[in-house]
Write a protein that binds this ligand. Structure first.
Ligand SMILES: Nc1ncnc2c1ncn2[C@@H]1O[C@H](COP(=O)(O)OP(=O)(O)OP(=O)(O)O)[C@@H](O)[C@H]1O
Length: 465
């Protein structure tokens, strides 16, 4: 991930670019993590068999009721607690490899902590130092090669509305030289956030980072975290900026913050795990992980969920069922991988009923094959297929279908043999909905489907397979 060609990158020439994990591999891998508090009779298990992968640059939101284990898992990832059971691996860009947190002695855990920007409620600012000095202190921990550290510290504080400008860009008294005792709770929190982000950590762990913040500065924090991960479009940012006419509205950025935001976020690739109940932040998430009673109950890549929902909705069979039911089916096939990324064999093995891969030239569905208990409905995840139909001994090519298109519904709906052959033109990945699920929803949506089938039999001109 790099800045656009037009923009000069002030971090250029700061030495070696930190390497990222190999393509398709996560920056954070958690496998089978259990955790217990207490000893003897009072020993209680609070985490149960948690497995999660986080990809580079993702903004992950962790949600779940109080006591479900979110903070415990975050502190284990950050090396703030000893890992008792399971595996946690964090990519160390300086090392160019993963650091395994299992059985790691304390001095080595310190290395892990240095990789991470922590934003926790207990922010531990130095009481005797001013806001700027607190940040300058953090800058000493890591040599980022920056030329003007003081200006960088002030820029981040200014963006977080602690500098000489208010949200509308009007002059205000800056808090640069205030000590923590003279700052409000929300201002202290923002100084702590600036301190956590000043060295542009590749991994940010945050526990309720916006709880003490007003809506405007809460959004400013999350937008900064997002921009550190990767540049968003002008359109995305402009939606977050308050129009002058709505000066009274809460939860927006000032237009003047945008250029500064971009300047601060010139180096990309930060991955963030944020525990929050703040709905506005959830809307910005790339991945939403929900915990219940010590277990990760769901792990959803937002773009994948949208992709599958959108794909299923095009099919008359699924369009006929209630939106909540459509969402349930869509969620049942998700594999937790962004649709732009190819699936790895281990990810397919983990969800064998949800996704299949066909190499170029392979037949996925063959014309004339009877529909049975193993027959499926297919949504193309990646790649292109061709739709072929044999009529009177001659093969006609009816269509080419690519990502986001579906096939295989008609035979399932009509209980008839497949009416066309589908062959992979490239390597193809497909989501599959099995017959049982399909039939369950078919019965719910029967009246509608009868109408669809009537149209189909009459021939409405659309080639369906
Ligand atoms: N130091 C500790 N000693 C004993 N039990 C603990 C300790 N810390 C947490 N727990 C228990 O572990 C469980 C998980 O707590 P954790 O703080 O991880 O949950 P959480 O989801 O972060 O909750 P919240 O949203 O309230 O912060 C809870 O039952 C909690 O009481």
């Amino acid at each position: 991930m790099s800045s656009s060609a037009e923009e000069p990158n002030p971090l250029e020439g700061r030495g070696e670019r930190q390497p990222t994990p190999p393509p398709g591999q996560p920056v954070l891998r958690i496998r089978g993590v259990n955790h217990y508090f207490g000893t003897g009779d009072t020993r209680t298990q609070v985490l149960f068999d948690n497995t999660l992968e986080v990809m580079p640059g993702e903004l992950v939101i962790m949600s779940g009721p109080s006591g479900s284990g979110k903070t415990t898992i975050l502190t284990l990832i950050g090396g703030l607690r000893t890992l008792q059971e399971g595996e946690i691996e964090v990519w160390d860009a300086d090392l160019g490899d993963y650091r395994n947190l299992k059985g790691v002695p304390e001095p080595e855990l310190v290395h892990v902590r240095r990789l991470i920007g922590f934003i926790f409620q207990r922010h531990n600012l130095f009481d005797s130092l001013t806001a700027v000095q607190n940040i300058r202190m953090a800058q000493r921990l890591k040599d980022t090669g920056a030329t003007d550290l003081d200006a960088d510290a002030r820029d981040v504080l200014t963006y977080l509305l602690l500098g000489e400008k208010d949200l509308e860009g009007r002059a205000q008294k800056s808090r640069f030289d205030y000590k923590p005792a003279k700052l409000s709770g929300g201002q202290r929190q923002r100084v702590a956030i600036a301190r956590a982000l000043i060295n542009r950590p590749k991994l940010v762990l945050a526990d309720e980072p916006t709880a003490a913040l007003d809506a405007n500065s809460g959004l400013a924090v999350v937008t900064l975290v997002q921009e550190l991960a990767r540049q968003r479009s002008e359109e995305h940012l402009s939606k977050l900026v308050r129009p002058p006419a709505e000066a009274g509205e809460n939860g927006r950025l000032g237009a003047w913050q945008i250029p500064l935001l971009k300047k601060i976020a010139t180096e990309h690739g930060t991955t963030s795990l944020i525990v929050t109940h703040d709905a506005r932040i959830m809307n910005l998430a790339d991945r939403i992980v929900h915990m219940e009673r010590g277990r990760i109950e769901s792990n959803v890549v937002v773009a994948e969920r949208l992709f599958v929902r959108e794909g299923l909705r095009q099919s008359s069979a699924f369009a006929a069922v209630l939106p909540e039911e459509q969402e349930k089916i869509a969620d049942s096939v998700l594999i937790g991988v962004h649709p732009n990324d190819p699936v790895r064999p281990d990810q397919i093995a983990a969800k064998p009923d949800c996704v299949e891969v066909y190499e170029s030239g392979l037949v996925i569905v063959r014309q004339g094959d009877a529909v049975n208990a193993d027959s499926k409905f297919y949504l193309i995840r990646r790649g292109t297929v061709e739709v072929l139909r044999e009529v009177d001994g001659a093969t006609q090519k009816l269509a080419e279908l690519s990502a986001g298109r579906y096939f295989g519904e008609v035979a399932l709906l009509m209980d008839q043999p497949r009416n066309a052959t589908i062959r992979a033109l490239t390597r193809v990945e497909v989501y599959t909905v099995n017959r049982t699920t399909f039939d369950k929803f078919r019965s719910v949506s029967r009246p509608f489907i009868e109408r669809v089938l009537a149209n189909f039999r009459a021939g409405d001109g659309t080639p369906r397979t």
